[in-house]
Design a protein. Structure first.
Length: 330
């Protein structure tokens, strides 16, 4: 768990209070100079806050944007060196090599690696310490697609295992998409209404108070789903929907004719649509099984679904693969 109690990022700013529970990932969005890096350093314990306090698990992992691996060493040598510092068992090192798909790069010097491979290596090194809290700074910036899928799946698994994560970004879509809750910073201040909890039925405000959403789906049977675009309300039938996903704190309903906003939680939509042939492929995505064309395996732990409509793809969590294959009789 991470808890910030009335901290300040700069002396003249207002207090900031929030809690990130085990199994949660919160995104912190802001432009350069907004206070993102300062917040990460305060949470990491490298600098003290001007006021307030931070309560955080002792085992913390920190991944800043800059590469910290030794360029003259190979991937294998880097992992062995840092594992010796952490006292990590050899078996755990091998597991991380597989999870991050680093097998073919073990004997490559880090100075010759592409950015995506280096990011995978750096995150693997951070996880050698088995952190309970993970602080990530722009983890997906300037990396290739495969590296993004590999790292995303590892992050998903960490959340499911109860790790608390805070991710800072300038607003990169890939980074925002994997967050359950967003906090917007501007010159050391939280922008109003910035803490937006998705995939749940509660919103947490700056003071840590919890408010229950009033907008809930009716429990009675229904054939149409109310969605919104600009000032227009549209009623969609389930077969018109390709998939539903949480993006940047909003619920997006994707169809061949466009993307619409839904004002319900993903769990509520799943409860109503599972009987209409929808499947929770990922904690942030609900897909229409009639639209699934093929399962794509990027690595041992990274998958996605190609849909029948050209150009549409959705993530697939590793632990959902067998269940999906069973449903599709594969």
């Amino acid at each position: 768990m991470i808890q910030a109690q009335r901290i300040k990022l700069v002396a003249i700013s207002h207090h900031i209070t929030f809690t990130v529970n085990p199994g949660e990932i919160m995104g912190v969005i802001g432009s350069p100079g907004s206070g993102k890096t300062t917040l990460q350093k305060i949470l990491a314990g490298t600098i003290p806050p001007p006021s307030g306090k931070v309560i955080c698990a002792q085992k913390r992992g920190i991944l800043f944007e800059e590469n910290f691996s030794y360029e003259r060493l190979t991937v294998k040598e880097n992992l062995s060196f840092f594992a010796s510092l952490y006292g990590t068992a050899y078996k755990s090192v091998n597991r991380l090599v597989e999870e991050f798909s680093l097998q073919e790069f073990l004997n490559h010097k880090c100075s010759l690696l592409e950015t995506g491979i280096l990011r995978r290596l750096n995150l693997a090194v951070v996880l050698l310490g088995s952190p309970q809290v993970l602080l990530l700074d722009e983890p997906f910036l300037k990396i290739d697609r495969l590296s993004h899928f590999v790292m995303q799946e590892v992050i998903n698994n960490l959340v499911e295992e109860g790790c608390s994560l805070i991710l800072t970004t300038f607003g990169q879509r890939e980074a925002v998409n994997c967050c359950q809750r967003l906090l917007y910073l501007e010159t050391g201040e939280i922008v109003p209404t910035a803490l937006d909890k998705v995939n749940d039925e509660k919103i947490i405000n700056e003071d840590g108070d919890k408010k229950t959403q009033k907008s809930q789906l009716s429990s009675s049977p229904w054939q149409r789903i109310p969605v919104y675009k600009d000032d227009t309300t549209v009623l969609l039938s389930p077969e018109e929907i390709l998939y539903i996903q949480t993006t940047g704190g909003q619920m997006e309903v994707v169809t061949t004719s466009g993307t619409f906003e839904a004002r319900y939680t993903l769990s509520a939509l799943e409860e109503k649509l599972v009987g209409e042939g929808f499947f929770r492929s990922h904690r942030s995505c609900l897909v229409n099984l009639q639209e699934v064309k093929e399962i794509v395996k990027w690595s041992k732990n990274s998958f996605e679904l190609n849909l029948r409509t050209p150009g549409f793809k959705v993530p697939l969590s590793k632990h959902r693969v067998d269940e999906l294959k069973s449903l599709l009789n594969l």
